[in-house]
Design a protein around this ligand. Structure first.
Ligand code: SUG
Length: 440
């Protein structure tokens, strides 16, 4: 029996889920900027995805939403007085900052941290480095609270190491597990960690921002105590970033020995695969599944988010399951590719479509919504049990969301101080259910 499994910790979508148009280079965020959002529906969709995985027999966790609005940002920007004064003044004088303070973007837990399982680390602990998310203002607010959340859940320092985020400078720009893939023979076996970066330090690139630097990736690999022969640093294709792949996980996903990626994901595909094979060095035999641009044009991969899928080993199935957004089914070239994929005798045997449209409209698919944490049985027993879900707990969270989240949120609603109270109460109810009241 395997002594480790992959736990997916999904970010619970927060009560202020909105379309702020805040992320340069994220085409969906720009396209839907200013639209009315549906926070209740968004959170229910996310919870239904979690339920699908629980029903499939997988271990599923949840991370609570962060407090919104983030008053620290507004106070740092010089607004003062009561909460209501601060919100009123920010709405009049700095609406863009108010939107940033209200962003529910911590829902995309793939950006919460980079995680190295204990099988890969020198001290045998499970390591986390919260991402500084320094490229986008609204996301740079997340890491102090994300760190507190991770410490609450992974408190046992004998087993877990939660590092500080990297320095908040462009040279150390880090977006977490969205630019990191772990490959191995089995979850509990020592593996290879692939770090994908978009630029070197000091490099000025035209166009959309490259949000991950090589230095940041290397710093994390060092801090986690990875054996360097088994860490690979690969450059994301500039073409992918220019097409809207603001994170590598929208053009690539990997699990166990399988790497599923678009032809234009890496700057140098042959060199990346060679380095991975060398790093695997007898640990496993890499199974690359590369999708050619002639089969799925990069633009279709981007709009459908084919690669922002979860690639899962499901109990009872001998091949991997791709949990893909419904947009892949609705995009003809991608749907046809998926049909061929499962009919081939490759490592991916089934595609399961999930509806996370509310999140997708901000550029976040199924894979963005989860942080993968490979955990041994002992680590699972040592973490905070309140965040590990069964269907009953999912029902409870959904009931709370239905009671406390708005159905519709329009940009103007952020100016109403009563909405801040509503968000606080909704979050407190969730923390209560997860037995994480100390984070309130
Ligand atoms: O960082 N969108 C997120 C989407 C993150 C997706 N995560 C991964 N690929 N792992 C981002 O661009 C948009 C928020 C707004 O515009 O309101 C946003 O932050």
């Amino acid at each position: 029996m395997s002594i480790a499994c992959e736990v997916n910790f999904d970010g619970l979508i927060g009560p202020s889920h909105n379309y702020g148009g805040l992320s340069d280079g994220n085409l969906a965020s720009a396209r839907n900027a200013g639209d009315i959002s549906n926070p209740r529906e968004a959170a229910v969709q996310g919870l239904e995805k979690m339920r699908t995985l629980v029903r499939a027999g997988l271990v599923q966790g949840v991370l609570p939403p962060l407090a919104r609005p983030n008053f620290d940002l507004l106070v740092a920007a010089g607004f003062a007085g009561s909460d209501s004064d601060i919100i009123g003044a920010a709405a009049r004088r700095a609406p863009q900052l108010l939107k940033a303070a209200y962003s529910a973007s911590a829902m995309w837990a793939a950006n919460a941290a980079t995680v190295s399982p204990s099988a890969d680390t020198a001290d045998g602990r499970l390591h986390f480095t919260p991402a500084n998310l320094s490229t986008m203002l609204h996301r740079s607010l997340e890491h102090p609270d994300t760190t507190a959340t991770l410490i609450s859940i992974f408190a046992d320092e004998e087993r877990f190491a939660v590092h500080g985020a990297l320095p908040a400078h462009a040279d150390f720009a880090d977006e977490g597990a969205a630019n990191h893939v772990r490959l191995s023979a089995e979850h509990d076996a020592p593996g290879v960690e692939l770090f994908v970066y978009g630029r070197d330090t000091g490099e000025a690139l035209a166009g959309f921002p490259a949000r991950q630097t090589r230095l940041a990736s290397e710093a994390i690999a060092r801090a986690h105590g990875l054996a360097m022969p088994h860490a690979v640093f690969a450059r994301q294709a500039h073409r992918a970033i220019a097409s809207g792949a603001f994170h590598n996980d929208v053009v690539c996903v990997g699990a166990l020995d399988t790497l599923f990626f678009h032809e234009h994901a890496f700057e140098d595909t042959a060199a990346t695969l060679k380095a991975l094979r060398q790093a695997a060095d007898g640990r496993f035999e890499l199974k690359p599944v590369m999708v050619a641009d002639t089969e799925v044009p990069l633009a279709d991969a981007m709009s459908s988010y084919l690669f922002n899928s979860q690639l899962l080993q499901v109990p009872g199935e001998d091949r991997l399951v791709l949990v893909a957004p419904t947009e892949t089914r609705d995009t003809p070239s991608v749907h046809a590719y998926c049909e061929r994929l499962v009919q081939s005798n490759g490592p991916i045997g089934r595609v399961l479509y999930v509806d996370v449209r509310q999140s997708m409209r901000n550029g976040g698919g199924p894979a963005c919504l989860r942080l993968r944490v490979v955990m041994t049985v002992a680590e699972l027993a040592a973490c905070h049990a309140g965040v590990l879900l069964d269907e009953e707990l999912i029902d409870e969270l959904q009931a709370s969301v239905r009671l406390t989240y708005r159905d519709r949120l329009s940009p103007g609603d952020l100016a109403d101080p009563a909405f801040a109270d509503e968000c606080r109460l909704a979050r407190e109810a969730i923390l209560d259910i997860l037995d994480l009241e100390a984070l309130a």
